[in-house]
Write a protein that binds this ligand. Structure first.
Ligand code: NAD
Length: 388
């Protein structure tokens, strides 16, 4: 297997976690990091022990040693950086959401196919061991016919009017905030778990805090504390509270709500699937537990343990039962799937979106978010998801 050279663009909140996950693999060299300018890049590269620092993504992409470009910048930059990396025939990993619009995502997908480069989106919540177990159980029929898929993604980091992030600016994050950001993870998870496709949606995207205090001088990384500097009033045009109804292609229905201003909820992602026989539910903050709901027998909590996992997904647990594995480990599992595929020189066209989410997966989620925004603009009516 080839030893890969990896470069990352953007080392704010999530970028360092990408690096840590990749570093744990062993067969990938973290060769370079790029950030918004040379000073930032040098400082972050030193903190993260990355040997080469570039002050622009163009310089990193031009480095002939780099095989894979991983994009962890704010969302509005994903499209242009991915297209530049693809033009240089680099394999590309992009954090979610793939782009600010479905049209941009479609363009990235077509470019990656044309250049025949491996393309991946980091929908990391799929790769918790018990989530993979749930998927196996649904696909082998344990829950019966899926009828209802519901859950939420709740956080509180936008609780105060002084909380601000580029995620609230439509030109930087797209026309949906909670539904496009947190929602993207949940919609992917719902489709990955069940194997179903969302066909139509009805959205009520609400802005509870309509005026926020935007810092005047500083660029604030996501989730960074308010530094107390000068602010200006900013009119919020995107949702901080979202309720969504879904219809799936097998006739099942769904229900999702998301918020980033519900005090006490930190990274509270939950999903439940109700079928004609059993129910399954998973909560991200209880990462090693899968709830199995039954009518004619006791409910059960399936605990993460490689000895109990289906053999096909056992490799997603690196530690024995009783040893907790969580968010960073799921990220490592995803990066292992993508980077092994690249290192083995496998055909990008053979990536089916199951081993790792591809640009096709990211595009389908972008199409759902696009439909949510259309639904909202049409007065919260049902609209079809346009997967053209
Ligand atoms: N998969 C997940 O669970 C997860 C979690 C958080 C964020 N994300 C996604 O990751 C992306 C980054 O989010 P974040 O929270 O880390 O944001 P952030 O604001 O904390 O960090 C962004 C980084 O990009 C850098 N940057 C800005 N402009 C740049 C440019 N022109 N060239 C190079 N670098 C530039 C910033 O300096 C910063 O280091 C977003 O798309 C977000 O939705 C995914």
């Amino acid at each position: 297997m080839k030893r890969l050279k990896y470069g990352i663009v953007g080392a704010g909140f999530v970028g360092p976690h990408h690096i840590e996950a990749v570093r744990r693999l062993g067969f990938v060299e973290i060769a370079a990091l790029a950030d918004a300018n040379s000073d930032l890049a040098r400082r972050k590269a030193a903190q993260l022990f990355v040997p080469r620092a570039y002050g622009s993504y163009e310089e990193l992409i031009a480095d002939p040693a780099i095989d894979v470009v991983d994009i962890a910048t704010p969302t509005w930059l994903h499209h242009r950086i991915a297209l530049a990396a693809i033009a240089a025939r680099k394999h590309v990993i992009v954090d979610k959401p793939m782009a600010t619009t479905a049209a941009q995502a479609r363009e990235m997908l077509e470019a990656a196919h044309e250049a025949s480069v491996v393309n991946a989106i980091t929908f990391n919540y799929r790769y918790f061991p018990v989530v993979q177990q749930a998927r196996v159980m649904i696909h082998r029929g344990d829950v019966g016919q899926v009828r209802f898929v519901h859950g939420h993604y709740m956080q509180d980091w936008l609780l105060y009017e002084t909380d601000f992030s580029w995620r609230l600016e439509p030109d930087k994050a797209g026309p949906a905030c909670v539904a496009g950001d947190a929602g993207a993870h949940w919609f992917d998870l719902a489709q990955h778990l069940t194997g179903l496709r969302v066909e139509s949606v009805l959205a009520d995207l609400t802005t509870a805090i309509k005026i926020r205090k935007r810092p005047v001088a500083e660029w604030r990384e996501a989730f960074a504390e308010n530094s107390g500097g000068a602010t200006e009033n900013f009119t919020v045009m995107v949702d901080d509270l979202s309720s969504v109804l879904l219809r799936f292609n097998n006739g099942a229905v769904g229900n999702f709500f998301g918020c980033q201003l519900c005090a006490g909820h930190k990274n509270d992602l939950r999903i439940e699937v109700n079928g004609s026989r059993h129910s399954l539910a998973w909560e991200q903050e209880r990462p090693g537990e899968l709830w199995i709901g039954r009518r004619g027998a006791s409910n059960e909590t399936f605990l993460k343990d490689p000895a109990l996992l289906d053999p096909s997904v056992r490799h997603y647990a690196a530690l024995p039962g009783g040893h907790n594995e969580a968010w960073p480990d799921a990220f490592r599992n995803l990066m292992r799937n993508v980077l092994t595929f690249i290192a083995e020189g496998r055909d990008p066209a053979s990536a089916d979106g199951e081993l790792f989410p591809t640009f096709a997966t990211g595009y389908r989620v972008a199409a759902i978010v696009d439909a949510l925004v259309r639904s909202q603009r049409q007065g919260s009516h049902w609209v079809e998801v346009d997967y053209r």
